[in-house]
Ligand binder design. Structure first.
Ligand SMILES: [Fe+2]
Length: 185
């Protein structure tokens, strides 16, 4: 389950019932998917896409997405720091950013039109859709790992447009789930 923090209200949401309407209010879709059959998180991409084929197809119909793939990022990924530096500054895309998390963690910050800033920490089983044009930035958590299904309307729209607002510098990328784990282990 994701952990959503509305940073300007210092409010943290941890249940599906709270998270869905709170994110919908800011135009962000959130859902939980379960596979049609059990699939290990290190299975080949085709097996992952196959296990979630029904959900992917439904989302393609709804959002006009034409392709789906599986991205893997881990501490051994060549050029990881450069890759992360592309997305950890406030930006937007001409394309929706749609991610279904298979493994690892990630932290999205959303800078809503209202001025509110939300952090959304995602983990396995979480689907997030950030509509095109939404101001946001992304960090990994301390495991520095994320494996996710991505859906695209047009991969050409994936280029980040930077705002250069530096709003992102006001918010520490803190992942609560992992902090909690490390405190209790
Ligand atoms: Fe992005």
């Amino acid at each position: 389950m994701a952990v959503v923090t509305i940073l300007n209200e210092d409010k943290t949401l941890k249940s599906h019932e709270e998270i869905v309407p709170a994110l919908a209010h800011h135009g962000i879709d959130y859902d939980r998917w379960t596979p049609a059959h059990p699939v290990p998180d290190n299975a080949p991409a085709e097996a992952i896409l196959n296990a979630y084929a029904r959900e992917i197809e439904a989302l393609k119909q709804r959002g006009g997405y034409v392709t789906a793939d599986v991205i893997d990022v881990n501490p051994a990924t060549p050029g990881l720091a450069d890759m992360l530096a592309k997305f950890n500054r406030e930006h937007w895309h001409d394309e929706d950013e749609v991610r279904f998390i298979i493994a690892g963690h990630g932290l999205f910050h959303i800078h809503a039109n209202s001025g509110a800033v939300l952090s959304i920490e995602v983990e396995a089983g979480d689907l997030i859709r950030v509509p095109r044009g939404t101001l946001h930035w992304f960090n990994l958590c301390t495991d520095r790992r994320i494996r996710a299904i991505r859906l695209f309307q047009d991969t050409a729209g994936w280029t980040p447009h930077y705002t250069e607002s530096r709003v992102d510098e006001n918010f520490l990328p803190v992942c609560f789930g992992l902090a909690h784990l490390s405190m209790t282990s």
